[in-house]
Structure formats: structure tokens, C-alpha cells
Design a protein around this ligand. Sequence first.
Ligand SMILES: NC(=O)c1ccc[n+]([C@@H]2O[C@H](COP(=O)([O-])OP(=O)(O)OC[C@H]3O[C@@H](n4cnc5c(N)ncnc54)[C@H](O)[C@@H]3O)[C@@H](O)[C@H]2O)c1
Length: 464
Amino acid sequence: MNIDPKEFSRRQFFKTTGAAAAGGSLLVPLAGCRGPEKTTTLATVATAAAATPVFAQHTDELKIALIGCGGRGTGACSQALNTEGPIKLIAMADVFRDRMDSALNTLKDEVAKHNKPERVDVPEENKFIGFDAYKKAIALADVVILATPPGFRPMQFEEAVNQGKNIFMEKPVAVDAPGVRKVLAAAKIAKEKNLKVGVGLQRHHQTGYIESLKRLHDGAIGDIVATRAYWNGNTPWCHTRAELEKQYGRKLTEMEYQMRNWYYFVWICGDHIVEQHIHNLDVINWIKGGHPVKARGNGGCETRKGPDYGEIFDHHVVEFEYPDGSVCFSQCRHQQGCWNEVAEYAIGTKGKAHFTDGSWRITGPQKWSSKTQTDKYQQEHDDLFAAIRNNTPYNEAEYGAHSTMTSIFGRMSTYSGKQLDWDEAIASNIETMPKVLAWDAETPTKPGPNGLYQLPVPGQTVTV
Ligand SMILES: NC(=O)c1ccc[n+]([C@@H]2O[C@H](COP(=O)([O-])OP(=O)(O)OC[C@H]3O[C@@H](n4cnc5c(N)ncnc54)[C@H](O)[C@@H]3O)[C@@H](O)[C@H]2O)c1
């Protein structure tokens, strides 16, 4: 769970963003503001003031609460604190105090490097620990960052929307169909309440993807008849029970063990097809302008076996069928020593496209390529906070929920071995979250006498 250094921006504070600059017509500078993105028409100001319950002023200080103080939460908070205008981290919530302390230290160092130490100010009474901690932290904030593992996202998103807060939430936004439906319902309310919602599918904020997708949608490769999506890589971090018990000097309850080694448990993580491959499937949905209607999958666990690897597969292969009959061939794998690629491909009647996170190539009569790297994590926050301050519509929750459901749909097909329809999959009432969240509560899955967890069995496991 090291923090990806790329997730921390080294840019100056007060950077002008393209998205923000595009936000209003450039007539009247607002008091206390600098730069073109902080100018707007008086009419826009009046409308914003009337429509937004939370902010009427670009100069208002935005109070941030961070929920889930791990690697990505720390990164996302750092990027939020690096957006333009007065802003401060004032509250934090986590289930583990050690994770919160470490995030707070990192964030203090980050803002100190930028000569803005006042941007992190979390008094002891604003540090909340436990499964319910999020509610108290959300109550204190204007903008909340939801960066726990994804199993908890639906309940936390719903709470933040109910409390009328602007939200950045990490992907995936759920791990099962009831969770997706909860997010979709809350997303609708968020829109009605004029709340701004960003989702951590950062490819939507990368110039290479934005330009490529525009070209594809303008017909650069003709009709798109097939797509491919890959997240084939190695096993990510794993915290073994033995390591954890040595580190904490005591036996862990099953709940604490699963929470600390969350990647390997479906109710917290969703499996890697949901946790990682969502990025590629989200790009395919973006290309196709919607979600697939059928899924046919194969999967299993061939090489990553053992008591600390929980209940998830190490490979999934899915054919997703879209409403126009075109198919996306998708693979994701966590196996050492194999062919690796993280990419998306599109095959059209007039050309082809190949995208990776750093290279975008279109071949055929309208060929085009780019390797322009932008700071995608910073950009997604610049865009969200510009929308909050300018009161422009911003709600990524719906496509975030559909891309999440696409990856869950794939998992449902690999676990069951069945061909599934989207409508029945999204209507599924199979809920993974335990009824009680407490350190001594029952976990949805438990190790057998040999220490191993039961894996899904295609042909037998029921997923809808
Ligand atoms: N967009 C991206 O590129 C990207 C990159 C990395 C991670 N992520 C996503 O960010 C999320 C977090 O991943 P991470 O790598 O930071 O994991 P992490 O384990 O480093 O951090 C998760 C934190 O949440 C805390 N937590 C767990 N359950 C909680 C609860 N119920 N209430 C409050 N706190 C809770 C944990 O104690 C931990 O501090 C995941 O959804 C992951 O998929 C996105």
C-alpha cells in the first residue's frame, strides 16, 4: 500500500486549469481572484449564488474530509489541496488509527513542501475511527473524498449525498449489484441537489484519451465492430496473517484480518476484475457510448493459491456483447511470468485504435497518435473543484456506476460460467456486505480447516 509517487503532484499551487479556464465568459474579475478562470459574468455569478446551496463565492474556503486514509486517499487529498483557491483538510475518518496517522503525516509534509502548512488542520476531535466514523467526518465538510476499499462506497456515497456534500469518490463505486443500484439512486438525488460528484476514473481527464475518443466518435476508424481490453499484470500487495499478527503483536479477529488484507475478499474489493480492470472496461463503454448487454466469461485461480490470497480469481476472460452486436474481448490476470499488457483496442471498418496509459494511436486513413502525458490525478481534481467553485454541472457518478457494474457483470459471468444478461445482473439481490460491521462480527466468508477460503466454482456458483 505504498503511495504511488505519480499520484502526488509537484506542481505549484494556484495553477490555471484548462477546464476551469473554459468555465465562464471572461468579463468581470471576482474580488480576490486572479487569472482568467476566476472571471465570469455577473449573470453567471447571480445564477450560481441562487442555485448552489453550498458555495456562492470563488473565494470561500472549502473544507475537506478524507474518508479512507490509505494510499489513494492520501494522494487524492493531496491533489484536492493542490487545487486553486482557499481549501483546508479539516476532518479524517478511517477504521484504523495507524493508517490515519500515517496519512496525516504525509499530507502535512506535502503541504509544507508547497509552503501552505495551513491547508492541513485536523484537530484531534475531528479524527474519527471506526466503521461509522465516515458519518461524523462528512458532517463537518463541504467536500468529501471517499477512498476506502470499494465495498463501503455505496453506503458512504449515499450518506454524503443525504448530507448535501460535494464528493470525490474513488473507483470502483460498488462491488455488487445492490451497491450499484444504491449509487445510481444517490447519483440522481445528487443531481437534483446540484451537488458535484467526481469519480476516480481518471482516463476521462487525460488529454490522450479525450482527444482519441473524440476522433473515434467523429468516425476516425468507421464503425467499431470489436474492441479488446486488458489488465494483465502481476499480483499486487498481500498482507499475510502471519506478518500482520507479528506487526501488531496480537491475534487478529477474522474481520480485522480481512479488512487489512482487503484485496482478496469480494465483499470489500470486488475481485481484481472490478478493482483494476474497471479502468479498461470504462474506456470501452466510453468508446461504445454505453454498457454491454451480455457477458460470457471464463475464470479461475491457477497459480495464486494459499490462505492469504482469499477468495478471488487470478484470471478472468470475458466476452462482453454491446447492443449493436459488437463484442469486447476482455482479459485480466494476476499471474507472474506471463504476457502483460494494460490497454484498450478498437477495430473499426476503416481503421484501428490502440490506447495505453501514455500512448494513444489511431491507424487507417485518419491516422493520429499522441504520447502527451498529463497529470491525470491532479487534472480530475482541478476539474471537479473548478466545477464546485464555478457552479457548473458535474456528475460522474452515473457512468462510474455503469462501468463498475460492467466489471461486476464480468465477474458474475466468470464466477458462474453462465451467459448473463445485463438487466438480470443489475437486478440481482445478492448482497456481499455483512449485516453487522464490527471487529468481532461474522465475515461473509471464512477459512476452512485447511486455512483456505472457498473459491467460486463455475457451473455451480450462483451470481444473479
Ligand atoms: N484511480 C486510481 O488509479 C486508483 C489507484 C489506487 C487505488 N484506487 C482506489 O482507491 C481505493 C482505496 O485504495 P488504496 O490503494 O488507497 O487502499 P488502502 O488500503 O491503501 O487504503 C484504504 C483505506 O481505507 C480505510 N478503510 C477501510 N474500510 C474503511 C471504512 N469502512 N471506513 C473508513 N475507512 C476505511 C483503510 O483502513 C485504509 O486506510 C480503492 O477503491 C481503489 O480501487 C484508485
